[in-house]
Design a protein around this ligand. Structure first.
Ligand code: NAD
Ligand code: ZN
Length: 366
């Protein structure tokens, strides 16, 4: 078993990664349950495909499972579902010392984490992420949120899990497109500050996406260690360090907004295209070489991910795309910080980006 610690003082916790761990979950979850019962929040798809494994493990350990099953999909991160979930948790008699188990992708993790942050003024929760994206990104770091009319993730709280359990074998039931989308966030860690890891992705990305368990496990371990390190340095995104994790996300957000946050473009797909645009724009400003921007785009193209506007299915309309960016929550005093790169593994936060220049760049981008 691989254990990656997240070092956050009294909020520290461990991430455990092992193939087949879901079937032995009670060995590690035991200390978090306490009262011989376990509230599990999941979605309808995961309830069908992976929840039975956790239920069997609980039955064998004599632990009563109280499942809460929500609809699958981004629309579940809503006020409406939050209200239903908190009502159900209170009906089930949740106590502050309990740990609610979030079994699912980023949607279930974000919603359950937020419910745990506010119910009884804060109770514990445990993440068992079942998508690659949730395993390498959303389950670690304590950002929880729902979407509101004004935009995605605009209502939420920092609330760290007590524990993260990662079983790569759950990826066997994940649709290939979701696997690829999660892979984009893995590549992101290499591009932020770890050039060698980007090289590893170039060498092993195809194996990972083909289902190779060793490659998947190694990428998950490397990614959560990177995320744990960055979150440990800047838990609530104040110093700018944690903001590095948003590489490709400002451009990506505009693409998601343009496609209506629909299945036309998954979050990870938008991030892949957004990262390529961030590198292209960095090259335009003379910060990195065209060769680096080409190399990044080539890797996303090779792995079947979008690598620019056209492959993301979005038109080159700079004014529209920049308008979407301006509605992003990361605006600071009227300017928008951008993550740009001086090369592969050399991402930095730029605060001097002129949105008109970005619009002109996007008008001519492909
Ligand atoms: N909190 C954070 O730091 C953070 C970071 C990144 C993303 N996010 C959020 O995460 C969300 C996206 O997460 P996601 O991509 O996991 O989406 P998701 O939770 O909607 O899961 C994607 C789809 O896969 C299905 N699924 C999940 N596990 C499965 C499995 N093992 N087998 C088969 N199907 C499975 C789900 O039912 C769903 O239909 C977004 O809302 C985003 O804002 C949060
Ligand atoms: Zn992301």
């Amino acid at each position: 078993m691989t254990i990656v610690p997240v070092d956050l003082g009294i909020r520290s916790y461990d991430i455990r990664i092992e193939d087949g761990l879901l079937d032995r979950a009670m060995e590690v979850l035991g200390p978090f349950l306490g009262r011989g019962r376990m509230i599990v929040v999941t979605d309808e798809t995961v309830a069908r495909l992976q929840f039975p494994r956790l239920k069997t493990a609980a039955d064998e350990a004599g632990v009563t499972v109280l499942p809460v099953v929500l609809p699958a999909g981004e629309a579940t991160k809503s006020w409406n579902q939050l209200e239903m979930l908190t009502d159900q948790l209170l009906e089930l008699g949740v106590e502050r010392g309990d740990h609610i188990v979030a079994l699912g992708g980023g949607v279930i993790g974000d919603l359950t984490g937020f419910a745990a942050a506010i119910v009884k003024r804060g109770c514990g929760f445990v993440q068992i992420p079942t998508t690659l994206l949730a395993q390498v990104d959303s389950s670690v770091g304590g950002k929880t949120a729902i979407n509101s009319r004004a935009g995605k993730n605009l209502v939420g709280a920092f609330h760290q899990p007590g524990f993260v359990l990662i079983d790569p074998s759950v990826l066997d039931t994940l649709p290939p497109r979701e696997l690829r989308a999660g892979y984009a966030e893995i590549v992101k860690y290499g591009l932020i500050d770890d050039r060698d890891f980007f090289g590893w992705c170039e060498d092993h990305g195809a194996e990972l996406l083909g289902g190779d368990r060793a490659a998947q496990t190694e990428a998950i371990r490397h990614s959560v260690a990177a995320k744990a390190r960055i979150v440990g340095e800047d838990e609530t995104e104040r110093s700018g360090r944690r903001a590095l994790l948003n590489l490709g996300h400002t451009f990506g957000h505009a693409l998601e907004a343009e496609t209506g946050f629909s299945d036309a473009l998954l979050h990870g797909e938008a991030v892949a295209a957004g990262i390529c645009l961030a590198f292209r724009y960095s090259a335009r400003r003379g910060l990195c070489t065209d060769a680096d921007a080409d190399r990044v785009a080539a890797h996303f193209a090779d792995t079947g991910l979008p690598h620019g506007l056209a492959s993301a299915g979005v038109g080159a309309d700079g004014a529209r795309l920049v308008a979407h960016m301006s509605h992003d929550k990361k605006m600071e005093g009227g300017t928008l910080p951008f993550l740009l790169a001086r090369g592969i593994g050399e991402t930095f936060l730029a605060r001097d980006v002129d949105l008109d220049d970005v619009a002109a760049f996007l008008d001519a981008a492909d």
